[in-house]
Design a protein around this ligand. Structure first.
Ligand SMILES: Cc1ncc(COP(=O)(O)O)c(C=O)c1O
Length: 370
């Protein structure tokens, strides 16, 4: 007789639903028999520009060492990041994507009997990593789809060890300003780790959003997580990082897998960090694409949540699932966000101008069918 290996899993894990990623192009092509070349994917907040040529060259150069383990300490990338971010190398933790950072934080600081605070409509990985280690989620009500920091503060209790906050947030694109963050940090108990997830921060330059790094020296309980997956265009390589106090970095380093960032990713990330033109272009393309989508949606009489990220949540004013399916049949993949408590919205990543037009045309066609 064999054991019931679902029942034997940790209670939090038994109740988990796996993360649902954006539908891959090849999967849709297989399912509907569509030519993959005719499909566009605006579903995973990826950079539509293609990778930086400098990153591609670095990957090519690194191929010669493929039989070797990567540098487990990521020395070179940590040096570069510490210079770019104005911190000490011992304040940097590297992750296999910033998802890895979020998971390492949960494993290091959460456990049954403890809790993490995050907002309604927050990034799906926060509940997953919290539940996976048997901790409880304290979900604070959102305000106008965004994080309501005073409500999040009120959700903190003596068993709270971590607060997860994304600025801008995914999937809403909402954001808060520097004074809101300053007020929040000043009131959070010093033994609660605030994880400020800045996965999209490069798209939001300007004074409207705080730069989490400005608060690091005053708040040893602050961790800023960032990624090379979005504005740096390296999503497939999986590389992200955390900036924190050296003590928190040391704790995370104890839990981290020894070679969590591979050598191609390390080399490409160093090169991408130097390619400031690429990031500037990503930002420009995104701004223009956001405007294009807002104008197009406005012409259709649709509403959306204003966004400072590289995607926009469109309010269809009705159940979005069938529109999502209709768009798939047009060869356009976007992201349904019913699982985030937003059944009437679809999240659309900003693409190239032609992709944005294709999406708008397909949406108008699908909506016209009723
Ligand atoms: C808010 C937020 N944080 C973190 C991530 C994780 O990204 P990655 O693991 O590719 O760095 C994402 C990805 O979509 C995100 O939206």
């Amino acid at each position: 007789m064999s054991g019931d290996f679902l029942a034997l899993a940790q209670p939090g894990v038994q109740k988990l639903s796996p993360y649902v990623p954006g539908k891959p192009v090849d999967e849709l092509a297989r399912e509907l028999g569509i030519d993959p070349a005719r499909i566009i994917k605006l579903a995973s907040n990826e950079n539509p520009m293609g990778a930086s040529p400098r990153a591609l060259r670095a990957i090519n150069d690194a191929l010669a060492e493929l039989t070797r383990y990567p540098d487990g300490n990521g020395f070179e990338l940590k040096q570069r990041l510490s210079q770019a971010c104005g911190v000490q190398p011992q304040q940097v933790t590297l992750g296999n994507g910033s998802n890895d950072i979020l998971e390492i934080v949960a494993r290091a600081y959460l456990a049954p009997g403890l809790n993490a605070v995050f907002s309604e409509h927050a990034f799906a990985i926060y509940p997953i990593v919290t539940q996976a280690v048997g901790a409880t989620a304290h979900i604070a009500r959102a305000k106008n789809w965004g994080h309501d920091l005073p409500t999040m503060l009120a959700a903190i209790d003596s068993n709270t060890r971590v607060v997860f906050i994304a600025n801008p947030n995914n999937p809403t694109g909402t954001w808060f300003g520097p004074s809101a963050l300053a007020d929040f940090l000043a009131q959070v108990p010093r033994d609660v780790l605030v994880v400020l997830d800045e996965a999209y921060i490069e798209y939001a330059e300007g004074a409207e959003l705080p730069d989490g790094l400005d608060f690091l020296s005053a708040y040893p309980n602050l961790l800023v997580s960032r990624t090379f997956s979005k504005a740096y265009g390296l999503a497939s390589l999986r590389v992200g990082y955390a900036l924190s106090s050296p003590v928190v970095a040391d704790v995370l380093n104890r839990v981290r897998q020894p070679f969590n960032v591979n050598s191609l990713a390390l080399a490409a990330a160093c090169a991408a960090l130097d390619d400031v033109d690429y990031v500037a272009q990503s930002r420009q393309l995104n701004e223009a694409g956001m405007q294009q989508l807002e104008e197009g949606l406005g012409r259709m009489g649709l509403d959306w949540i204003p966004s400072k990220a590289n995607f926009i949540a469109v309010d269809l004013g009705r159940e979005a699932a069938s529109v999502y399916e209709g768009l798939l049949r047009e060869g356009v993949i976007v992201r349904p966000v019913g699982g985030y408590g937003m059944p009437d919205h679809l999240r659309v990543s900003i693409g190239l101008p032609a992709e944005n037009s294709r999406f708008l045309e397909a949406l108008s066609k699908v909506l016209a069918r009723g």
